[in-house]
Design a protein around this ligand. Structure first.
Ligand SMILES: Cc1cc2nc3c(=O)[nH]c(=O)nc-3n(C[C@H](O)[C@H](O)[C@H](O)COP(=O)(O)O)c2cc1C
Length: 372
């Protein structure tokens, strides 16, 4: 299977299936000397972990990432970091009724056509569970970025057409998957609970929106032609299952606006160039512009629903399908940290690639080593 790796210098490869023994990631290119432990990765994994509330699948997984290599005495060694997440609660029998049928809205039909063989238990590599490996790898990238004062934060910003404020409590014990605190919003959680109740009664699912903010980025990250920062972020976001749209800054709304509205005026502040507004979302010409990086990522409704749907079997017989098993009624709550992880992977890579942009940077790096 091609396409399981991502990045140029800070590079991640993920492996494993949702109902196999384990899944995981290999992170290459992480500089030596970064303090890293399994406990540092746990809080990121916890935000994606299933079975925590009514917004996610009842599948209960510990989702602990074990570090198998690349760390010595609490610090990265510069060698590949292997992160392993064991599957401990896979109930493969739940998926037996899907062995010969294609789930509408899922990857089953395409996988069968492409490979001629398909792991029907949870979708194999196309399972949402594959994103656990991304979160573990993304945690390493985030820990590196934080060392440099760069912070990524993503939160669930809408379920269906119900907007959610950053940090709002949207259901008992379930903040909008955003680490920063904000007051509880009883009205939003009431509407969401009513919506979830309706989904349970009708066997349906609903779409969702995740917003990402990155602060502390220097201007000039990204490569100006094929590896534009926005191009690489778009690839990263669209590689997450169920992502169907993306806005960077004003995104598609820019097509409805005028130049005089859309341009962000530059001004000086404390001797630095800053922008008076941020319609660009922090990227101009494929390079970070020094402002806050803002993305909005749109997720479709979870394809696996228990409401009966028409489909076909692998032998071409039309049939009705009602999907049981454990599924997320809405994907965004668990995907916010996945969005954060993918952004962190792109940014960590862009930082390392960008170190060779100027001769003066290369000279100062090698002078420090060559001068006795
Ligand atoms: C965090 C996360 C959790 C997901 N959970 C489920 C799920 O429980 N059931 C399901 O059918 N799809 C789930 N998905 C979506 C499928 O992975 C995705 O729809 C499928 O691979 C088809 O790809 P596409 O929607 O991008 O076309 C999840 C996705 C993510 C990112």
């Amino acid at each position: 299977m091609a396409g399981s790796g991502f990045g140029t210098i800070f590079r991640v490869t993920t492996f494993g299936e949702s109902h196999g023994a384990a899944l995981g990631a290999i992170v290459e290119g992480c500089p030596a000397g970064l303090p890293l432990s399994e406990a540092d990765i746990t809080p990121f994994m916890a935000r994606r972990r299933p079975g925590q509330n009514a917004l996610s699948t009842p599948r209960k997984e510990a989702d602990e990432a074990q570090i198998l290599s690349g760390v010595f005495e609490g610090k990265t060694t510069g060698t590949p970091i292997c992160l392993l997440i064991r599957n401990t609660n896979a109930r493969s029998a739940d998926y037996e009724h899907l062995r010969d049928v294609y789930r509408p809205g899922h990857a089953d039909f395409g996988f069968s056509e492409k490979y001629g063989i398909r792991d029907h238990r949870g979708g194999g590599r196309s399972s949402g569970r594959e994103t656990a490996a991304r979160v573990a790898a993304g945690a390493v990238a985030q820990i590196l970025l934080r060392k440099l004062g760069i912070r990524c934060e993503a939160w669930l910003s809408a379920i269906g057409d119900l907007p959610i404020a950053r940090g709002a409590e949207i259901s008992a014990g379930s903040p909008s998957a955003c680490p920063s605190a904000a007051p509880a919003m009883a009205d939003v959680s009431d509407s969401i609970n009513r919506l979830l109740q309706r989904l349970r009664e009708t066997g349906d699912s609903v779409g969702s929106t995740v917003t990402l903010s990155v602060t502390g980025l220097p201007a000039g990250l990204g490569e100006p032609v094929f590896d534009k920062l926005d191009a690489n972020l778009a690839k990263a976001m669209f590689s997450i299952g169920a992502v169907k749209g993306l806005d960077i800054g004003d995104g598609h709304r820019a097509a409805l606006s005028y130049g005089s509205e859309n341009n962000d005026a530059f001004r000086m502040e404390d001797g630095r160039v800053v922008k008076a507004s941020n319609h660009s979302g922090g990227i101009l010409g494929g390079l970070s512009d020094g402002g806050e990086l803002r993305l909005t990522v749109y997720f479709k409704p979870t394809p696996s629903i228990s409401r009966p749907q028409m489909t076909v079997t692998k032998d071409g017989a039309e049939t009705e399908l009602s999907i049981h098993g454990r599924h997320d009624p809405v994907i965004g709550p668990r995907a916010a940290v996945v969005v954060e992880a993918m952004a962190a992977l792109v940014l960590a890579d862009a930082l390392l690639v960008g170190m060779s942009s100027r001769l003066s940077d290369v000279e100062s790096f090698y002078r420090a080593r060559l001068t006795p």
